[in-house]
Design a protein around this ligand. Structure first.
Ligand code: GLV
Ligand code: GLV
Length: 322
């Protein structure tokens, strides 16, 4: 009987599918990220590993599993936690969960944009602190979105989903930068293609939707933060290291930009010193895809990939190994 190891409790839908497919499924019951040593022990002899973005997958894990390992299925769309070269050299198929979390992450990015513009978090705290003594004309002035410019750094599935919703729905002007131009999306959602520098100079809101790669690490650094308008906001729901977080704290402190909302951090779960003390930030704990619907769908898609591969079929959402 094929064996599947799941590195942490995830929504039951996928686990159920794996069991119904006749596999022996073991789910880690460790309360937290499985320590490396235990991970290496638990994968021994398994045919498939269903793992999380907090697990680093490399030759050491694949070797520990053994030569019968056929597939490692990431419970995430981002693949920066996986050494793809190691997977190729061990003949292991890699899959991720694209598509099923697109809308959820896009909605979260939008929620962060709204929270910044309308100062929701600061105002909420103010109410809870009992500071509200009556309506006041200058209390918590924020910014409207209508007519403003949104700059999307990265126009993959998620960037495009944000564009679709913000163009017609909220009447924003949308610029985008990506290594590839997408003329179809440009026409469909009235987007304007820009180089990164010109996008940063002209946007009121900059939302990041690129994968983390050696090329995108610190894509938003001190120099690029300086290019942004002093009235602009930065939103990151992609991967923490795309933004130089220390430089961001400086830029926020010195008023180089007006505010920032982050769902991801450079050294999760830590935050750069000073970030949490800044009132002009909105911070969420890497929960952009954390809806009941989406996490369930991610669990099912990861399971379907494993079922296909262990039954000798092609995976549904493979990651290209080169
Ligand atoms: C979440 O961050 C993901 O990559 O799915
Ligand atoms: C991720 O799924 C993206 O393509 O944006």
């Amino acid at each position: 009987m094929s064996k599947v190891f799941v590195t942490r409790v995830i929504p039951d839908a996928g686990i159920k599918m794996l069991k119904e497919a006749g596999f022996e499924v073991e789910v880690s019951d460790f309360d937290g990220v499985l320590p490396r040593k235990q991970l290496l022990e638990r994968v021994r002899g398994v045919d498939a590993i269903l793992f999380l973005l907090t697990d680093k997958m490399d030759a050491e894990v694949m070797k520990a599993a053994g030569p019968q390992l056929k597939i490692i299925a990431n419970y995430a769309v981002g693949i920066d936690n996986i050494n793809l070269k190691d997977a190729a050299s061990h003949n292991v198929i890699v899959t991720n969960t694209p598509g099923v979390l697109t809308e959820s992450v896009a909605e979260h990015a939008m929620a962060l944009i709204f929270a910044l513009a309308h100062r929701i978090v600061e105002s909420d705290q103010y109410m809870r602190d009992g500071k509200y003594v009556g309506w006041a004309p200058m209390l918590f002035l924020g910014n409207d979105l209508v007519g403003k410019t949104l700059g999307l750094v990265g126009l993959g599935r998620i960037g495009e989903a944000v564009a679709k919703r913000m163009t017609d729905g909220f009447e924003m002007k949308i610029l985008y930068y990506d290594v590839r131009r997408n003329e179809e999306a440009e026409q469909k959602y009235k987007l304007e293609y820009r180089d990164l520098e010109s996008l940063l100079k002209d946007s009121d809101f900059v939302s990041i939707h690129v994968p983390l790669t050696p090329e995108t690490k610190h894509l938003i650094n001190a120099e690029r933060l300086k290019m942004m308008k002093k009235t602009a906001y930065l939103i990151n729901t992609s991967r923490g290291p795309v933004v130089d977080e220390t430089a961001l704290v400086e830029a926020l402190k010195s008023g180089e930009i007006k505010g920032a909302a982050l769902d991801v951090y450079e050294q999760e779960p830590k935050m750069a010193p000073g970030l949490a003390e800044l009132p002009n930030t909105v911070l969420t704990p890497h929960t952009a895809s954390a809806t009941e619907e989406t996490r369930g769908a991610m669990s099912e898609l990861a399971a379907k990939n494993i079922i296909a591969v262990l039954n000798g079929e092609a995976p549904i959402t493979p990651v290209k190994l080169q």
